[in-house]
Design a protein around this ligand. Sequence first.
Ligand SMILES: [Zn+2]
Length: 237
Amino acid sequence: MLSDVGGPGQQRLKAGRVAIVGLGGVGAPAALYLAAAGIGGLTLIDDDAVSLSNLQRQVLFSADDLGRPKVQVGQARLHGLNPHVDVQTQPLRLTTANAEALLSDHDAVIDGTDDFETRLAVNAACVALKAPLVSGALGRWDGQVGVFHGRPCYRCLVPDIPPDAETCARVGVIGALAGVIGAMTALEAIKIVVGAGRPLAGRLLLYDGLAGATRTVTVPADPACPTCAGVAQASPG
Ligand SMILES: [Zn+2]
């Protein structure tokens, strides 16, 4: 019924497959909304088990799931929500060595991980595979969402791993903020799969939860980027 989606868009969604790297604060709500929307397939990539401190933001899991593998719990929960989604599980850590094999044959990749080594590995694989990357990240009270498809890539934004990178587990995050950013990544993935609207390609949406303010900035391509230099520049989204 929705304009810009309609019957053909729903069919494209049903034929689409999205990989979610990291079933954390961003990936968990993203998976729920993609399954509920009727995505054809999801690939869940995470080597972690559910722990008590996850539950305030990782709404895919419940207290009964403590200690169980996240991908296994996630698969069962998503099937309960929508039995028509083909949910594949990869209970392992994504690395430079396995990234391309894990992420090939997907219409979009959502990265919600909170370590830069994994993020750069996901980015390099997406550039090599020409797959659109939807990147979501959380700070304490703020979050960001961007889409990278070809050039500029995520590494143009983060050329080197920041030495003092913070993680949710270390500094804390408000669970509702994870919901906002996770849902935004799901929305961008749905837009890409369906072909609706204007994805955040080459742009970064910054959400300041305390101020209740958003702004969107353009990400310039880094002429010296070792990952995407030589790749054709994406048309402004
Ligand atoms: Zn780049």
